[in-house]
Write a protein that binds this ligand. Structure first.
Ligand code: ME8
Length: 509
């Protein structure tokens, strides 16, 4: 049995979640569910990032203290993740005492190791990014992501000696080829390091909303510098060495591409400075775009999109939780950018879910009812569907293992299509009841059983419903995959017709 520790970024709690934050979270959830199905020991965490200037500003704008505001917003994230059936094991808030404890311990080790020093910092700052930009990297003095004018900041700060890690980082990348995936994103991080690393300012005196620096109480840590450490807080760094040893070698961060530099350059260097092996693996996802621009709350605030069109709970109410999850997993390869639209969700829904999967389950139930007295027959060991099904389970498993939910679902739905084609070739609805019909229907039910297991990380509720309708006991995700995803295990059972799983979307959106 393997181990799998998967994390999402901790989202800024200055505002409520949107479908971009849901994108990474749903993908991480499906990967966690896949690994549980595969029989691995899994820890899956998400949470909220609650310090920094941006948070303090948002609280003030809303007439609340930062603590009151983050309480409210953090709760919105929990509500959204509960609505989307996100199976996290831990939800961290960076304002929790356990996080302060871990941050202070971890950074004290780096300080004692001599990698932190005091200096004056002057630069152009974007509060939305909580990050400095050089003039060259800016868009004529504005933030290239948020298009807001950057502010000039000058502070006496504590600095982390990132430059001391340039060679070690490059060597680490050279000896750990799978550290960052996909390859294009790995190359981006690599060329950034090759371009030379500057030390980074890691504390602030201009604000008090942050984790206090233990050796200099006038300062709080810069929000990014505390945030990254959350991945260690959750596994008990500074409190439970065994848990750290248990999970850290199996750690995987799923992050959006705009925070690559923090996770793929700063963070491994910070770990090295603290005498800890860097995170095992970082997978970088692309952006959901609207009209070519990164989808986000700023877009809604500026009137580019309707808030309800990018709000996870509203979307799940409109399309169903599992169809929304399916769309987020299936539409775009995890690593690429993809255009997001309501029409896109509806098209995916109608083509894959209504016409392909829903149709298969409905027609099998109808034929079993009319030709097999409502009882699902056993599959044949020499079915022509068997080779397709076996190739599918192998390909889908490989794709899930490789952080490719889109590919896993693509091949799974090819099996759905092949099963529909198998039915059309044999046309059991034209046959008289008897062994020939039973053989075809047993095979189709076995293919559906395998499909149901394979879709369970993506659409857990739909999978449970199909599982029940075809008369199976237990749950589609109980695994272990290697034992249950073998052709021939459908034991027969009462098959229920039931209402349409995915009524076609015909209305204008
Ligand atoms: O960056 N498409 O928080 P954040 C795809 N607190 N993914 C998107 C997206 C989009 N349009 N918009 C957001 C932060 N995301 C920090 C992280 S981690 C130690 C600290 C996802 O609320 C994507 O994963 O801005 C991105 O990296 C994350 O949300 C940013 O969330």
């Amino acid at each position: 049995m393997g181990r799998f520790y998967i994390t999402t970024p901790i989202y800024y709690a200055n505002d409520a979640p949107h479908v971009g934050s849901a994108y990474t979270t749903v993908n991480a959830d499906a990967l966690a569910r896949w690994h549980r199905l595969a029989g691995d020991d899994v820890k899956f965490m998400t949470g909220t990032d609650e310090h920094g200037q941006k948070m303090a500003d948002a609280a003030e704008k809303n007439g609340k203290s930062p603590a009151e505001w983050t309480d409210l917003m953090s709760e919105r994230f929990r509500e959204a993740w509960s609505a989307l059936n996100i199976s996290y094991d831990d939800f961290i808030r960076t304002t929790e005492p356990r996080h302060y404890e871990t941050v202070q311990k971890f950074l004290s080790v780096i300080y004692e190791n001599g990698y932190i020093y005091k200096d004056v910092y002057k630069g152009l700052y974007c509060v939305s990014c909580e990050d400095y930009y050089t003039l060259e990297a800016s868009d004529n003095g504005s933030c290239p992501i948020h298009h807001r004018v950057l502010t000039e900041m000058e502070e006496e700060n504590w600095f982390f000696q990132l430059s001391a890690f340039e060679d070690r980082l490059i060597e680490f990348y050279d000896t750990h080829p799978g550290f960052v995936t996909p390859e294009t994103k790995r190359n981006e991080a690599y060329s950034f390091m090759k371009g030379g690393l500057k030390d980074i300012s890691i504390t602030r005196t201009s604000i008090t909303w942050g984790v206090p620096v233990p050796w200099d109480e006038r300062h709080v840590f810069y929000v990014w510098y505390d945030a990254l450490i959350n991945y260690l807080t959750v596994i008990g760094y500074g409190r439970d060495d065994e848990e750290v040893a248990r999970w850290w070698p199996h750690s995987n961060h799923l992050i959006g591409k705009e925070i690559l530099r923090f996770h793929c350059v700063w963070w491994p260097a910070m770990c090295m400075a603290a005498g800890l092996e860097p995170v095992h693996h970082v997978h970088v996802n692309g952006w959901l775009l609207v009209g070519g621009e990164k989808l986000g709350k700023t877009m809604a605030a500026e009137g580019g999109v309707k808030v309800s069109d990018i709000e996870p709970i509203a979307l799940s109410q409109e399309f169903g939780v599992d169809p929304l999850r399916y769309y987020l997993l299936r539409e775009t390869a995890l690593g690429n950018d993809g255009e997001f639209s309501l029409e896109g969700i509806a098209a995916r829904y109608n083509t894959d879910l209504a016409n392909n999967l829903g149709n298969l389950v409905a027609r099998v139930a109808a034929v079993v009812s009319s030709k097999c007295a409502g009882v699902g027959p056993l599959p044949q060991s020499d079915s022509t569907l068997r080779a397709v099904a076996e190739a599918t389970t192998a390909k889908a498993a490989e794709a899930w293992e490789n952080f490719a939910p889109q590919r896993a679902l693509e091949v799974t739905f090819d099996l759905v299509g092949a099963t529909n084609a198998y039915l059309e070739t044999h046309a059991p609805w034209k046959m008289e009841p008897g062994s020939a019909v039973d053989a075809v229907m047993g095979d189709a039910l076995e293919a559906i059983r395998l499909v149901t297991i394979l879709i369970s990380p993506a659409m857990p509720s739909v999978a449970e419903e199909i599982w029940r309708r075809i008369g199976l006991r237990g749950a589609p995700d109980s695994g272990p995959f290697g034992a249950v995803a073998t052709w021939g295990l459908y034991p027969g059972g009462p098959v229920e017709k039931g209402a349409s799983l995915f009524p076609r979307i015909t209305s204008e959106l």
